[in-house]
Design a protein around this ligand. Structure first.
Ligand code: F6P
Length: 325
């Protein structure tokens, strides 16, 4: 067993919306730490647990078999107190009191802001992107995205069977309040007639035109994917029905997309990122976020990482339109 340089004890927490693969991150962090003789504390319920001292000791055996499970064994929360100076001070004090030499935070950009604040208060923090939205600007991938896409595709394939039989239009709302990455990948994978995204203006008339043209070519069923951030799927369905007379039905996939056993991609990515996070903490890193860039795991300064630009893949959007006739 190698020894961790100057690091004796670290903490791990999951924060924000859960994502399949978070358990695999916890396992990788605990096992890597253990491999280097570093003790690991699990902080439950995100930053709330840090502020309220909701802590559990984690050893290699306490994370047996969790990689295949969705959710997070440490629970998660969106902690409003962490947005206040007082809450941050309390969280930092507790880290010092527990003797934490480092903290791994798995979550989205809000969670990384907390990690940034703690780093400034002398707690070396490393973030790992865990969200089904794939919207962490500096990373090509966020843990949970692949599983969420597959869950959505599975449900939509089933929906298509019944919509086809009834010759209806299916309007499916997928998650993504501020980002359409999930909607775009899912829409392409299920062969949607149109994909409505928060990052793009809704081309309603063009969509109706495409549906009409499709009908003339013999298409008896339509599938429209709407990202949550676009607005109410029911409004879209009502407008479609009014414009075309086609029976339009809405399905909101909702939180089902956040659950389930993680795919191989999410398990492997989670394990690679968890391992990497502990290694850089051992090297003295602080205020960093672990990312996937050009298929390599690397890391960025949190501030720099979060201010980078990540637009939707325009090329992919054009592909989706070209093949939806
Ligand atoms: O951050 C992931 C996400 O699933 C978003 O797509 C969605 O808008 C949000 O979480 C909803 O989270 P909750 O219902 O837990 O507040």
């Amino acid at each position: 067993m190698e020894q961790g340089k100057n690091i004796k004890r670290i903490g791990i927490l999951t924060s924000g919306g859960d994502a399949p693969g978070m358990n695999a991150v916890i396992r990788a962090v605990v096992r890597t730490a253990s491999n280097y003789g570093i003790a690991c504390l699990g902080i439950r319920r995100g930053y709330s647990g840090l502020i309220n001292g909701d802590i559990v000791e984690l050893g290699s055996r306490s994370v047996d078999g969790i990689s295949r499970k969705g959710g997070t064994m440490l629970y998660t929360a969106r902690c409003m107190e962490m947005l206040t100076e007082e809450g941050r001070q309390k969280a930092a004090e507790n880290c010092h009191y527990m003797g934490l030499d480092g903290l791994v935070v798995c979550g989205g950009d809000g969670s990384f802001r907390g990690a940034q604040a703690l780093s400034r208060l002398g707690v070396p923090c490393v973030g790992i992107p865990g969200t089904i939205d794939n919207d962490i600007v500096c990373s090509d991938y966020t843990i949970g995205f692949d599983t969420a896409c597959n869950t959505a595709i599975d449900a939509i394939d089933k929906l298509r069977d019944t919509m086809q039989s009834h010759e209806r239009c299916s309007v499916v709302e997928v998650m993504g309040r501020r980002a359409g990455h999930l909607a775009l990948d899912v829409g392409i994978a299920v062969g949607a007639t149109a994909i409505l995204l928060p990052e793009r203006d809704m081309e309603f008339d063009q969509m109706i035109e495409r549906m009409r043209a499709g009908r003339i070519r013999g298409r008896n069923h339509h599938l429209i994917i709407v990202a949550e951030g676009v607005g109410h799927a029911q409004d879209v369905a009502d407008r479609i029905e009014a414009a075309t007379g086609i029976d339009a039905r809405v399905t909101v996939l909702g939180h089902i997309q956040r659950g389930g056993s993680p795919t191989v991609r999410d398990r492997v990515m989670a394990t690679r990122m968890g391992y990497y996070a502990v290694k850089i903490l051992m090297e003295g890193a602080s205020n960093r976020v672990v990312v996937l860039k050009d298929n390599e795991i690397t890391d960025f300064d949190i501030e720099e990482g979060l201010t980078m630009q990540k637009d939707l893949n325009e090329c992919l959007f054009q592909v989706s339109k070209a093949v939806s006739i």
